[in-house]
Design a protein around this ligand. Structure first.
Ligand SMILES: C[S@@+](CC[C@H](N)C(=O)[O-])C[C@H]1O[C@@H](n2cnc3c(N)ncnc32)[C@H](O)[C@@H]1O
Length: 268
Protein backbone atom coordinates (compact mmCIF):
# COMPACT_ATOMS: atom_id res chain seq x y z
CA UNK A 1 0.00 0.00 0.00
CA UNK A 2 1.45 3.45 -0.83
CA UNK A 3 0.26 6.94 -0.08
CA UNK A 4 0.47 10.20 -2.00
CA UNK A 5 0.20 13.76 -0.77
CA UNK A 6 -2.07 15.87 -2.91
CA UNK A 7 -2.45 19.64 -2.77
CA UNK A 8 -6.03 20.30 -1.67
CA UNK A 9 -6.98 22.54 -4.60
CA UNK A 10 -10.59 21.36 -4.38
CA UNK A 11 -10.75 22.14 -0.66
CA UNK A 12 -10.47 18.49 0.49
CA UNK A 13 -7.24 17.35 2.10
CA UNK A 14 -6.86 13.58 2.60
CA UNK A 15 -4.22 14.05 5.32
CA UNK A 16 -6.36 16.50 7.27
CA UNK A 17 -9.46 14.32 6.94
CA UNK A 18 -7.63 11.21 8.17
CA UNK A 19 -6.31 12.83 11.34
CA UNK A 20 -9.45 11.63 13.12
CA UNK A 21 -9.76 8.36 11.27
CA UNK A 22 -10.71 6.19 14.23
CA UNK A 23 -13.38 8.64 15.49
CA UNK A 24 -14.83 8.97 11.98
CA UNK A 25 -14.90 5.21 11.57
CA UNK A 26 -17.26 4.64 14.53
CA UNK A 27 -20.48 5.68 12.73
CA UNK A 28 -19.29 3.85 9.61
CA UNK A 29 -18.93 0.64 11.64
CA UNK A 30 -22.42 1.12 13.09
CA UNK A 31 -23.91 1.68 9.64
CA UNK A 32 -22.09 -1.35 8.25
CA UNK A 33 -23.51 -3.50 11.06
CA UNK A 34 -27.03 -2.64 9.84
CA UNK A 35 -26.30 -3.84 6.28
CA UNK A 36 -26.85 -7.44 5.13
CA UNK A 37 -24.04 -9.08 3.12
CA UNK A 38 -24.47 -8.99 -0.67
CA UNK A 39 -22.37 -12.05 -1.64
CA UNK A 40 -21.23 -11.61 -5.25
CA UNK A 41 -23.30 -8.43 -5.60
CA UNK A 42 -22.71 -4.84 -6.65
CA UNK A 43 -22.24 -1.85 -4.31
CA UNK A 44 -21.78 1.87 -4.81
CA UNK A 45 -20.20 4.03 -2.10
CA UNK A 46 -21.23 7.65 -2.71
CA UNK A 47 -18.69 10.21 -1.47
CA UNK A 48 -16.11 7.50 -0.81
CA UNK A 49 -13.34 9.93 0.21
CA UNK A 50 -9.94 8.30 0.68
CA UNK A 51 -11.39 4.83 0.03
CA UNK A 52 -10.20 3.05 3.18
CA UNK A 53 -13.76 2.58 4.44
CA UNK A 54 -14.92 1.62 0.92
CA UNK A 55 -12.45 -1.24 1.01
CA UNK A 56 -13.80 -2.45 4.36
CA UNK A 57 -17.37 -2.15 3.02
CA UNK A 58 -16.44 -4.14 -0.11
CA UNK A 59 -14.76 -6.94 1.83
CA UNK A 60 -17.23 -7.17 4.74
CA UNK A 61 -20.25 -7.29 2.43
CA UNK A 62 -18.66 -9.93 0.17
CA UNK A 63 -19.39 -7.89 -2.97
CA UNK A 64 -18.05 -8.88 -6.39
CA UNK A 65 -17.90 -5.25 -7.44
CA UNK A 66 -17.76 -2.03 -5.43
CA UNK A 67 -17.36 1.39 -6.99
CA UNK A 68 -16.42 4.40 -4.88
CA UNK A 69 -17.67 7.69 -6.33
CA UNK A 70 -16.27 11.05 -5.26
CA UNK A 71 -16.07 14.54 -6.72
CA UNK A 72 -12.72 15.43 -5.16
CA UNK A 73 -9.62 14.70 -7.29
CA UNK A 74 -7.44 14.85 -4.15
CA UNK A 75 -9.50 12.28 -2.22
CA UNK A 76 -9.80 10.03 -5.30
CA UNK A 77 -6.08 10.18 -5.99
CA UNK A 78 -5.46 8.86 -2.45
CA UNK A 79 -8.08 6.12 -2.88
CA UNK A 80 -6.67 5.03 -6.23
CA UNK A 81 -3.07 5.06 -5.01
CA UNK A 82 -3.88 2.95 -1.95
CA UNK A 83 -6.55 0.51 -3.11
CA UNK A 84 -6.46 0.19 -6.94
CA UNK A 85 -5.15 -3.38 -6.63
CA UNK A 86 -8.00 -4.72 -4.45
CA UNK A 87 -9.97 -7.16 -6.68
CA UNK A 88 -13.45 -5.87 -7.55
CA UNK A 89 -12.85 -2.43 -6.02
CA UNK A 90 -12.62 0.68 -8.20
CA UNK A 91 -13.03 4.43 -7.89
CA UNK A 92 -14.49 7.02 -10.25
CA UNK A 93 -15.05 10.73 -10.27
CA UNK A 94 -18.71 11.72 -10.15
CA UNK A 95 -21.23 14.07 -8.60
CA UNK A 96 -23.75 12.56 -6.17
CA UNK A 97 -26.18 15.34 -7.17
CA UNK A 98 -26.54 13.90 -10.68
CA UNK A 99 -25.42 10.29 -10.14
CA UNK A 100 -27.60 7.52 -11.66
CA UNK A 101 -27.28 3.73 -11.81
CA UNK A 102 -29.43 0.61 -11.76
CA UNK A 103 -29.53 -2.97 -10.49
CA UNK A 104 -27.33 -2.36 -7.44
CA UNK A 105 -27.51 -4.50 -4.30
CA UNK A 106 -26.43 -1.76 -1.92
CA UNK A 107 -26.18 2.01 -2.24
CA UNK A 108 -24.04 3.26 0.65
CA UNK A 109 -23.07 6.80 1.69
CA UNK A 110 -21.17 7.60 4.87
CA UNK A 111 -20.87 11.26 5.89
CA UNK A 112 -21.31 12.60 2.36
CA UNK A 113 -25.00 13.32 1.62
CA UNK A 114 -24.97 16.49 3.74
CA UNK A 115 -23.18 18.12 0.79
CA UNK A 116 -26.20 17.53 -1.46
CA UNK A 117 -29.16 19.94 -1.45
CA UNK A 118 -32.37 18.08 -2.19
CA UNK A 119 -32.69 14.90 -0.11
CA UNK A 120 -36.21 14.08 -1.31
CA UNK A 121 -35.06 13.68 -4.89
CA UNK A 122 -31.71 12.28 -3.84
CA UNK A 123 -33.28 9.39 -1.91
CA UNK A 124 -35.69 8.70 -4.77
CA UNK A 125 -32.71 8.52 -7.16
CA UNK A 126 -30.78 6.25 -4.80
CA UNK A 127 -33.86 4.00 -4.61
CA UNK A 128 -34.16 3.71 -8.42
CA UNK A 129 -30.52 2.58 -8.57
CA UNK A 130 -31.39 -0.58 -6.59
CA UNK A 131 -32.22 -3.99 -7.99
CA UNK A 132 -34.61 -6.51 -6.39
CA UNK A 133 -34.04 -6.83 -2.63
CA UNK A 134 -31.63 -3.89 -2.71
CA UNK A 135 -30.49 -1.97 0.36
CA UNK A 136 -29.86 1.68 0.95
CA UNK A 137 -27.64 2.82 3.85
CA UNK A 138 -26.45 6.29 4.75
CA UNK A 139 -25.17 8.31 7.68
CA UNK A 140 -25.34 12.10 7.85
CA UNK A 141 -24.00 14.48 10.51
CA UNK A 142 -26.67 16.43 12.39
CA UNK A 143 -24.45 18.63 14.53
CA UNK A 144 -25.27 21.90 12.87
CA UNK A 145 -26.31 23.77 16.04
CA UNK A 146 -23.00 23.06 17.81
CA UNK A 147 -20.74 26.16 18.17
CA UNK A 148 -18.13 24.41 15.99
CA UNK A 149 -20.56 24.75 13.07
CA UNK A 150 -22.38 27.96 13.96
CA UNK A 151 -19.13 29.91 14.44
CA UNK A 152 -17.74 29.06 10.99
CA UNK A 153 -20.71 30.84 9.47
CA UNK A 154 -20.45 33.73 11.94
CA UNK A 155 -16.74 34.31 11.18
CA UNK A 156 -17.41 34.14 7.42
CA UNK A 157 -19.79 37.06 7.88
CA UNK A 158 -17.02 39.18 9.45
CA UNK A 159 -14.73 41.48 7.51
CA UNK A 160 -12.41 40.85 5.63
CA UNK A 161 -13.80 37.35 4.92
CA UNK A 162 -17.28 38.43 3.83
CA UNK A 163 -15.70 40.86 1.32
CA UNK A 164 -13.35 38.19 -0.08
CA UNK A 165 -16.30 35.81 -0.40
CA UNK A 166 -18.22 38.53 -2.26
CA UNK A 167 -21.18 37.83 0.03
CA UNK A 168 -21.26 34.23 -1.19
CA UNK A 169 -20.83 32.53 2.21
CA UNK A 170 -20.86 28.71 1.97
CA UNK A 171 -24.33 27.52 2.90
CA UNK A 172 -25.19 26.04 6.26
CA UNK A 173 -25.56 22.37 5.30
CA UNK A 174 -27.92 21.88 8.25
CA UNK A 175 -30.65 23.35 6.03
CA UNK A 176 -30.51 20.25 3.86
CA UNK A 177 -30.25 17.45 6.40
CA UNK A 178 -33.74 16.22 7.32
CA UNK A 179 -35.04 14.94 10.66
CA UNK A 180 -34.80 11.21 11.48
CA UNK A 181 -38.60 10.87 11.36
CA UNK A 182 -38.72 12.49 7.91
CA UNK A 183 -36.07 10.08 6.62
CA UNK A 184 -38.14 7.22 8.06
CA UNK A 185 -41.29 8.53 6.30
CA UNK A 186 -39.43 8.95 3.03
CA UNK A 187 -38.00 5.44 3.14
CA UNK A 188 -41.49 4.09 3.83
CA UNK A 189 -42.96 6.09 0.92
CA UNK A 190 -40.21 4.76 -1.34
CA UNK A 191 -41.33 1.23 -0.51
CA UNK A 192 -38.94 0.06 2.21
CA UNK A 193 -39.87 -3.39 3.56
CA UNK A 194 -37.63 -3.03 6.61
CA UNK A 195 -35.86 -0.01 7.96
CA UNK A 196 -33.78 1.30 10.84
CA UNK A 197 -33.43 5.05 11.40
CA UNK A 198 -31.72 6.39 14.47
CA UNK A 199 -30.06 9.46 15.86
CA UNK A 200 -26.90 8.88 17.83
CA UNK A 201 -24.51 11.14 19.71
CA UNK A 202 -20.89 10.09 19.23
CA UNK A 203 -18.76 11.31 22.11
CA UNK A 204 -15.16 12.06 21.18
CA UNK A 205 -12.55 12.92 23.79
CA UNK A 206 -10.22 15.31 21.96
CA UNK A 207 -6.90 16.45 23.46
CA UNK A 208 -8.07 20.05 23.76
CA UNK A 209 -10.67 22.54 22.51
CA UNK A 210 -8.18 23.54 19.81
CA UNK A 211 -8.41 20.04 18.32
CA UNK A 212 -11.97 20.87 17.23
CA UNK A 213 -10.39 23.27 14.74
CA UNK A 214 -8.31 20.42 13.29
CA UNK A 215 -11.46 18.30 13.09
CA UNK A 216 -13.54 20.84 11.15
CA UNK A 217 -10.60 21.71 8.87
CA UNK A 218 -11.00 18.20 7.43
CA UNK A 219 -14.68 18.66 6.52
CA UNK A 220 -16.78 21.70 7.42
CA UNK A 221 -14.14 24.25 6.43
CA UNK A 222 -13.35 22.71 3.02
CA UNK A 223 -15.63 25.13 1.08
CA UNK A 224 -13.84 28.04 2.80
CA UNK A 225 -10.41 26.65 1.89
CA UNK A 226 -11.61 26.39 -1.69
CA UNK A 227 -12.95 29.95 -1.88
CA UNK A 228 -10.35 31.95 0.07
CA UNK A 229 -6.69 32.59 -0.79
CA UNK A 230 -4.28 30.45 1.30
CA UNK A 231 -3.28 33.53 3.37
CA UNK A 232 -6.87 34.56 4.03
CA UNK A 233 -7.88 30.99 4.80
CA UNK A 234 -5.14 30.86 7.47
CA UNK A 235 -6.46 34.14 8.89
CA UNK A 236 -10.00 32.76 8.82
CA UNK A 237 -8.94 29.65 10.74
CA UNK A 238 -7.12 31.74 13.38
CA UNK A 239 -10.18 33.97 13.91
CA UNK A 240 -12.40 30.89 14.08
CA UNK A 241 -10.07 29.30 16.66
CA UNK A 242 -10.18 32.49 18.77
CA UNK A 243 -14.00 32.63 18.77
CA UNK A 244 -14.35 28.91 19.40
CA UNK A 245 -12.08 29.00 22.44
CA UNK A 246 -13.90 32.11 23.70
CA UNK A 247 -17.18 30.21 23.43
CA UNK A 248 -16.17 26.72 24.58
CA UNK A 249 -13.33 27.58 26.93
CA UNK A 250 -9.74 26.29 26.83
CA UNK A 251 -10.33 22.69 27.92
CA UNK A 252 -7.98 19.70 28.06
CA UNK A 253 -9.38 17.25 27.20
CA UNK A 254 -12.39 18.53 25.31
CA UNK A 255 -15.47 16.33 24.99
CA UNK A 256 -16.91 16.74 21.48
CA UNK A 257 -20.44 15.34 21.33
CA UNK A 258 -21.41 14.85 17.69
CA UNK A 259 -24.97 14.06 16.59
CA UNK A 260 -25.44 11.83 13.57
CA UNK A 261 -28.39 10.18 11.82
CA UNK A 262 -28.03 6.60 10.59
CA UNK A 263 -30.51 5.18 8.06
CA UNK A 264 -30.77 1.71 6.59
CA UNK A 265 -33.59 0.26 4.49
CA UNK A 266 -34.28 -2.84 2.47
CA UNK A 267 -36.65 -2.77 -0.52
CA UNK A 268 -38.71 -5.47 -2.25
C1 LIG B 1 -16.70 13.68 5.04
S1 LIG B 1 -16.06 12.91 3.61
C2 LIG B 1 -16.59 11.23 3.84
C3 LIG B 1 -15.69 10.25 3.13
C4 LIG B 1 -15.97 8.76 3.39
N1 LIG B 1 -17.31 8.39 3.00
C5 LIG B 1 -15.73 8.44 4.85
O1 LIG B 1 -16.69 8.11 5.54
O2 LIG B 1 -14.58 8.51 5.29
C6 LIG B 1 -17.19 13.49 2.37
C7 LIG B 1 -16.76 13.14 0.95
O3 LIG B 1 -17.85 13.50 0.09
C8 LIG B 1 -17.29 14.01 -1.10
N2 LIG B 1 -18.30 14.85 -1.78
C9 LIG B 1 -18.81 16.04 -1.37
N3 LIG B 1 -19.72 16.48 -2.25
C10 LIG B 1 -19.79 15.54 -3.25
C11 LIG B 1 -20.54 15.42 -4.43
N4 LIG B 1 -21.43 16.38 -4.79
N5 LIG B 1 -20.35 14.35 -5.22
C12 LIG B 1 -19.45 13.39 -4.88
N6 LIG B 1 -18.70 13.44 -3.76
C13 LIG B 1 -18.87 14.50 -2.95
C14 LIG B 1 -16.07 14.79 -0.66
O4 LIG B 1 -15.15 14.98 -1.71
C15 LIG B 1 -15.54 13.88 0.46
O5 LIG B 1 -14.58 12.98 -0.01
Amino acid sequence: MRSVTVTPIDGWSPDQYERFRSERQQPFDDLLTLCHPVEGGRIVDLGCGTGDLTRILHEEMGAAETVGIDSSPAMLARAQADFADVPGLSFAQGDIATWLDEGLDLVFANASLQWIDDHLNLLARMRTALGADGQLAFQVPANFRHPSHVLAHAVANESPFIDALYGDVPEDRGRFVLSPELYADLLYELGAKDQVVRMEVYGHELESTGEVVEWVMGTLLTPYRKRLSPELFDEFVERYRERLIEELGEREPYFYGFRRILCWARFG
